[in-house]
Design a protein around this ligand. Structure first.
Ligand SMILES: Cc1cc2nc3c(=O)[nH]c(=O)nc-3n(C[C@H](O)[C@H](O)[C@H](O)COP(=O)(O)OP(=O)(O)OC[C@H]3O[C@@H](n4cnc5c(N)ncnc54)[C@H](O)[C@@H]3O)c2cc1C
Length: 215
């Protein structure tokens, strides 16, 4: 049975594309071409945390498959789905206030560096300009080993802190301290935690500045 997508379309500010209108133009492509052929049932181009919350509520109500995508660099295809694709790339504002970087979930690393550097601050995020900040921050990426990253990132929510700890434990058990494992995002989905607004604070940045990541 087709989910009543018009129900979701009515309550979000961003665009929803599906059926004959479906296009992934403007949505970051999966970096791993192996996933090119997985076509989502619908793409929700979220412009705010409110859009994300409505989309997740809709997905749960109708028990649909889904994935969230920021920069699309997940090599394991975890941001690819044949269900509902939650595209956060329209949420890409980067601002700096008194040394604090506030970054939308869809900003890519190159944009973050460019804006941060204009204000004389930066974060230790690596070198690939098209990596999405959400996947990088939630998955700890591969720049730091998980225990190092756990010390570098602080989360305001207890639930997110617990998940960060769980990821470190999971990687330690797998014997791959810095290697790919489930991202915090996947763990959150497994545990049905609210994903719409998690806030992480990056404690170690150059020039003692503090980078804040909101998503
Ligand atoms: C070519 C290449 C270069 C790389 N270079 C670097 C580098 O320089 N530095 C570095 O640290 N890492 C690097 N990485 C690793 C990269 O940080 C991780 O693969 C990261 O998870 C990619 O994030 P993304 O947002 O681009 O990917 P996506 O595929 O969009 O997302 C990755 C995961 O996060 C989830 N997710 C995305 N957005 C959200 C959201 N808003 N809320 C909840 N979950 C979300 C997805 O569902 C998926 O599980 C590189 C990877 C590749 C393939």
């Amino acid at each position: 049975m087709r989910p009543p997508l018009s129900e979701l379309e009515r309550v979000i500010d961003g665009d929803l594309v599906a059926g004959g209108e479906l296009t992934t133009d403007g949505v970051p492509k999966p970096f791993n071409a192996r996933f090119d052929e997985a076509i989502p049932q619908a793409v929700v181009r979220c412009t705010s945390p409110g859009d994300v919350a409505e989309t997740i509520a809709f997905i749960r109500r109708h028990r649909l498959r889904s994935a969230a995508r920021s920069g699309g660099h997940c090599l394991a295809g975890r941001s690819t789905t044949t269900g509902i694709l939650i595209d956060v790339s329209p949420m890409r504002t980067v601002s700096v206030d008194d040394g604090t970087l506030t970054i939308g979930a869809g900003a890519v690393l190159g944009e973050v560096y460019a804006e941060a550097i204009r204000h004389g601050v930066t974060i230790a995020g690596g070198s690939c300009p098209s990596v999405g900040i959400a996947g990088l921050a939630l998955g700890f990426a591969h720049l730091l080993s998980a225990p190092q990253a756990r010390k570098a990132v602080e989360a305001r929510d207890r639930a997110v802190r617990d998940l960060l700890d769980a990821i470190v434990d999971e990687r330690a058990r797998a014997g791959r301290p810095g290697g790919p494992a489930r991202s915090v995002a996947d763990a959150m989905l497994d545990r049905q935690e609210a994903l719409a607004r998690a806030e992480l604070t990056w404690l170690r940045t150059f020039r003692s500045s503090i980078g804040k990541i909101r998503h």
